[in-house]
Design a protein around this ligand. Structure first.
Ligand SMILES: Cc1cc2nc3c(=O)[nH]c(=O)nc-3n(C[C@H](O)[C@H](O)[C@H](O)COP(=O)(O)OP(=O)(O)OC[C@H]3O[C@@H](n4cnc5c(N)ncnc54)[C@H](O)[C@@H]3O)c2cc1C
Length: 423
């Protein structure tokens, strides 16, 4: 085990809150709970982060399109400035078009009098900034610590694969899509395979992306070119190419030159030729949602509670909204002396997040069906719909605000601050 016990919790085995999973969501929650008087531990099965290699040496093939709500959260957690110092790419426009027709829709930050619609940030830049923030705080970070059992009770016992046992009043499962905590807590899951795999990589393109996120829909799946900052005079984008599994397998097996040729064709040359690509990775995509967000003293956040097709880049953004709401409820309960693992606290969190998460999952499923359909009337309808929406500024503004995470019941941690954006 490696551990970073930077405070008076050194050697502790009992905590108020134990967060299992130190990915982007669990780490953000640990930052949000830090400094409010609770004893918090963050456990992760992986090894402790090292800072010997700068995160921006190469480009991480996995990126997130962070909404304004997520950016606000990171500003408030004190992590945004480090992301900006590493590498973030604001995008000012979105261009979405139907590869099987002539329909398209464009969104521009200028229409909303904003400087950007969102930011593309590499996963390792987000994680690096959160790790840095945690290393300066009071949360006990325990690495090489894989949870294998829990024994719920007034105080829950958390058992690790190496025999260590910890105790916590509340255990948070932030352990990703294959969550062990969800399984141990017996929380049932509704699952639906998206029948898509996402091939992700970083590419170099002939033309500059023009600060635009490009997305082409076709009946075999969406293809996204997400803008990255230029480096060494080269224009780069992150690619998420969703395809049926057999097609994804075929794409993964192409040599680099043929992959670039096929990607140029699939993108209709929107940025000229695809000149080069780094290593490709393929991920199965699933729509999943738990039937409840907590059981006894275990509560779930992020991918442990829901996974969604990345076509609208909402996955981690939903997880970060979970974080902001759960932190708000827990801090409020702790400050008024209430039981932080009590059903009244956890059910409030569930009530505030479940509807929004389910609505976003439903919308993405609808999109996928609409663009997956090959029937002529459906194709005609979606083309006409895209063209019509593009001419309706009111509807477009509503869509943009939704995509930016600025609609609905926004938790305090995600609301706009007076501080000016750092990028
Ligand atoms: C191809 C692709 C593209 C995507 N693009 C976007 C995008 O543009 N925008 C967006 O918002 N989202 C996107 N997403 C989704 C986003 O990546 C996820 O929502 C996000 O990574 C989930 O974070 P998490 O912290 O919940 O889980 P994870 O990142 O899976 O972290 C879970 C952590 O838990 C730890 N762990 C697991 N089991 C245990 C255990 N038993 N004990 C201790 N620790 C454990 C793991 O080591 C890991 O560190 C994309 C996803 C894919 C697949």
């Amino acid at each position: 085990m490696s551990e970073r016990l930077n405070n008076h919790h050194a050697g502790s085995t009992e905590f108020d809150i134990m967060i299992v999973g130190g990915g982007m969501v669990g780490s953000a929650l640990a930052c949000a709970l830090d400094g409010h008087g609770m004893k918090v531990a963050l456990l992760d099965a992986g090894s402790a982060p090292t800072d010997s290699v700068p995160v921006t040496t190469g480009f991480d093939p996995r990126v997130c399109a962070l909404t304004e709500a997520s950016r606000q959260l990171f500003v408030q957690l004190g992590a945004w400035k480090d992301m900006v110092a590493d590498r973030v790419c604001p995008y000012k426009r979105m261009y979405v078009w139907d590869g099987e027709g002539t329909g398209n829709i464009q969104f521009g930050a200028a229409e909303m009098h904003l400087s950007s619609l969102g930011h593309i940030v590499e996963n390792n830049v987000i994680q690096g900034a959160l790790n840095k923030r945690l290393s300066a705080g009071d949360v006990s970070c325990l690495y090489d610590s894989k949870v294998q059992s829990i024994e719920p009770g007034f105080v829950t016992q958390v058992g690790l694969t190496d025999g260590r046992v910890y105790k916590a009043k509340l255990v948070v499962g932030a352990d990703g899509a294959e969550s062990k905590m969800r399984q141990l807590a017996g929380i049932p899951l509704n699952r639906r395979d998206c029948l898509h795999h996402a091939v992700v990589t970083t590419i170099e393109t002939e033309r500059y992306h023009d600060d635009t996120a490009w997305q082409r829909f076709s009946n075999t799946g969406p293809l996204a070119f997400l803008p990255l900052p230029d480096q060494d005079g080269k224009h780069r984008c992150s690619v998420v190419w969703s395809q049926v599994p057999e097609e994804a397998t075929r794409i993964m097996q192409l040599d680099d030159a043929e992959f670039c040729r096929q990607l140029t064709r699939a993108s209709e040359g929107c940025l000229g030729k695809v000149v080069a690509a780094t290593e490709r990775f393929s991920y199965p995509l699933r729509h999943r949602h738990v039937r409840r967000y907590y059981s006894d003293s275990v509560v779930l956040v992020g991918d442990a509670a829901h996974t969604i097709h990345p076509l609208a880049g909402q996955g981690v953004n939903l997880g970060l909204l979970d974080v902001a709401v759960l932190a708000e409820e827990l801090i409020h309960a702790f400050e008024r002396g209430a039981n932080i693992a009590g059903a009244s606290v956890l059910s409030r969190y569930q009530r505030r997040r479940m509807g929004d998460n389910l609505a976003m999952l439903g919308a993405m499923e609808g999109f996928q069906h609409l663009f997956g359909a090959d029937a002529l009337p459906v194709r005609w309808l979606r083309n006409a719909g895209l063209k019509l929406t593009n001419r309706l500024p009111e509807v477009k503004h509503k869509l943009i605000r939704h995509a930016m995470g600025l609609e609905g019941d926004l938790p305090r941690l995600c609301r706009e601050q007076t501080e000016s954006p750092a990028a």
